[in-house]
Ligand binder design. Sequence first.
Ligand SMILES: Nc1ncnc2c1ncn2[C@@H]1O[C@H](COP(=O)(O)OP(=O)(O)O)[C@@H](O)[C@H]1O
Ligand SMILES: [Mg+2]
Length: 265
Amino acid sequence: MVSEVNANPASDQGEPKIRATDVSVFYGEKRAIDNVSIDIHQEHVTAFIGPSGCGKSTFLRTLNRMNDTIGSARVEGLIELDGEDIYRSGMDVVQLRARVGMVFQKPNPFPKSIYENIAYGPKIHGLAQGKAELDAIVERSLHRAGLWDEVKDRLQDSGTALSGGQQQRLCIARAIAVDPEVILMDEPCSALDPIATARIEELIDDLRGRYAIVIVTHSMQQAARVSQRTAFFHLGHLVEYGHTSDIFTNPREKRTQDYITGRYG
Ligand SMILES: Nc1ncnc2c1ncn2[C@@H]1O[C@H](COP(=O)(O)OP(=O)(O)O)[C@@H](O)[C@H]1O
Ligand SMILES: [Mg+2]
């Protein structure tokens, strides 16, 4: 029963950063997400797990209105960021996507210099007064993304010339540069080798102190390593949500148990 899912496993958490209430998503007539309610907490990594096609990416995209870009997609229900309805009319969606940034499965740097990849967003959003301030934002963002030492002497090289793992950290730096509050990551390591993956996982752990992070992953090991909360989705339903340690050692639902023990997926 969806209504039995505990949307907020930590009653001691205070106000959630994001609260989704009774959210459904349709592609045309087809319902991809069915009545999902969940609280996403500040300074936490929240992992979305579940078999392919269960709606993880669809639900993730509701959190910064990326589904708006898909013609057939329709979202019902309420999603609040710091208590503000992000689907209300008059919401500035460009501003919203700066506050709730996104990192995709395949690293997608702009075909521009490393510097420009980071500087672009702050310029658009008017975050820097001049060159010195922009330089400082670029340096700070690359620092936070754990990339500065590797690129500081080649900021004018193309972002696309970096390795896959570096490109993904560049994309994280790009998201950071516009001062987000939440970072959404959709299988950010699935195109990376194990060493690059480990670096991203360490980075996610570092960033948690500053942002709310939501990560979709099909790796249960990754969810267990990087997250404090795990949400298990199945066929468009949020089956179970709780502390990651509880989900992996003591799930309440049989479907969660079956998934984490590899019975399907
Ligand atoms: N752009 C789209 N148009 C129509 N159907 C879609 C679209 N994106 C996803 N779907 C469908 O919605 C369901 C959930 O997909 P998705 O959110 O991508 O799942 P997951 O990320 O868990 O693999 C699937 O049945 C998928 O085929
Ligand atoms: Mg997906």
